[in-house]
Write a protein that binds this ligand. Structure first.
Ligand SMILES: Cc1cc2nc3c(=O)[nH]c(=O)nc-3n(C[C@H](O)[C@H](O)[C@H](O)COP(=O)(O)OP(=O)(O)OC[C@H]3O[C@@H](n4cnc5c(N)ncnc54)[C@H](O)[C@@H]3O)c2cc1C
Length: 334
């Protein structure tokens, strides 16, 4: 096998759009092509329309291969995986990249099995070194980094965590007009594979905080009454809740809810810090959140320089009002 085989990036189009995960994957693909000195292209399970092609082109996609009738296979991962593996082999791709979401994490082992490939899930960094390519992932709830060496003698199938993908969006990639081709296997891949009838999204109340989309966190500025209000608010808004170390120390919640250097490192879309001073031990665990909002009664609290939006206010006033508004908004008792 040539050392610089092609990279095939599988992009799903949920709701017909190249969503943030897809855009992150394209940025990742372009970046990897540079690191591995390999050509790259995209595989999709549908024929993208003009707008979708432009979205691919905005992230430098050189070529798109559409798997014939791939859409009908989206809920039949075993067959879709076989198709992607067959496409990779037909196009001499030696690396297949997928997002580590529901679909990608299901497809990866199937594709790896079909291609007799090495597999690395939740890949975070890729580095060239003298003895091969070093692939690193976060393991044990992102607490340790595991690095493996890939010598390129076998193909590689890898998934990238969606939280990492949202952080690699590169606006500076050269825009392209991708070539679009369709592909169907020479021998149609059929079979009686299991079908997925529906997907159950994770419950924000119980999901691991490292995977949470929106987190409202309570600091020592919360008293028992405001803490209960915050928990109620989280339930009503269907978001996750976290705490700082002093709140955990009070025994109000389990260790799995503690955010920060010794607690969970989180990367939500939105982090709301309520009554949190902003110590480095806490901020270190939230700094990669997409957007941070803080409420603190002290205008000089160190959290404020670290947030996107800050409000000076007393939680004893802010939380009851917020709760009232949310209840009114969702049709509950005002
Ligand atoms: C080795 C080590 C590891 C650590 N790891 C972690 C960790 O993983 N996570 C973590 O969180 N901490 C960690 N800590 C502790 C950390 O240093 C801080 O002590 C802690 O983060 C402070 O928590 P806090 O902001 O809730 O409390 P405080 O620092 O006491 O801040 C409370 C804030 O609430 C505000 N406030 C008070 N009343 C109100 C009100 N009514 N309305 C609005 N605001 C109000 C105050 O102005 C203040 O800013 C660690 C410490 C060490 C030494």
């Amino acid at each position: 096998m040539g050392s610089n085989g092609k990279i095939l990036v599988f992009v799903d189009l949920p709701g017909g759009e190249v969503d943030e995960t897809g855009r992150g994957l394209l940025s990742y693909g372009a970046r990897l092509a540079g690191i591995l000195d390999s050509p790259w292209e995209v595989a999709v399970a549908t024929v993208p329309d003009f707008e979708q092609q432009a979205a691919f082109g905005a992230y430098g996609t050189p070529a798109i291969t559409c798997i014939t009738e791939g859409n009908s296979l989206l809920d039949r991962p075993a067959l879709l995986g076989k198709n992607i593996a067959a496409l990779a082999q037909a196009t001499s791709a030696t690396v297949v990249f997928l997002p580590h979401n529901d679909l990608g994490s299901t497809l990866a082992p199937i594709i790896a099995h079909e291609m007799s490939a090495a597999i690395m899930t939740e890949l975070v960094t890729v580095r060239q070194s003298a003895d091969g390519v070093r692939l690193s992932r976060r393991a044990l709830g992102v607490r340790i980094a595991e690095t493996r060496l890939w010598d390129r003698t076998r193909p590689l199938v890898a998934t990238v965590p969606t939280r990492s993908l949202s952080q690699v969006l590169m606006a500076t990639v050269r825009t392209t007009v991708p070539t679009v081709t369709t592909w169907s296997p020479e021998t149609p891949l059929t079979g009686t594979a299991a079908t997925i009838n529906g997907r159950i999204p994770p419950d924000p109340q119980t999901v691991d905080l490292t995977e949470a989309e929106v987190i409202f966190s309570a600091g020592k500025g919360c008293d028992p009454a405001t803490f209960e209000m915050l928990k109620e608010l989280c339930k009503l808004l269907n978001v996750s809740f976290g705490v700082t170390r002093p709140v955990y120390d009070l025994g109000w919640t389990g260790f799995e809810r503690m955010v920060g250097q010794t607690g969970r490192t989180v990367t939500p879309r939105l982090y709301v810090a309520l009554g949190i001073s902003g110590s480095m031990h806490h901020v270190g665990g939230i700094k990669d959140s997409r957007r941070i909002i803080a409420v603190n009664s002290d205008a000089k609290a160190p959290i404020f320089p670290n947030v996107d939006e800050g409000f000076v206010g007393d939680l004893k006033e802010v939380l009851p009002r917020l709760l009232k508004q949310v209840k009114a908004g969702i049709g509950g008792a005002p």
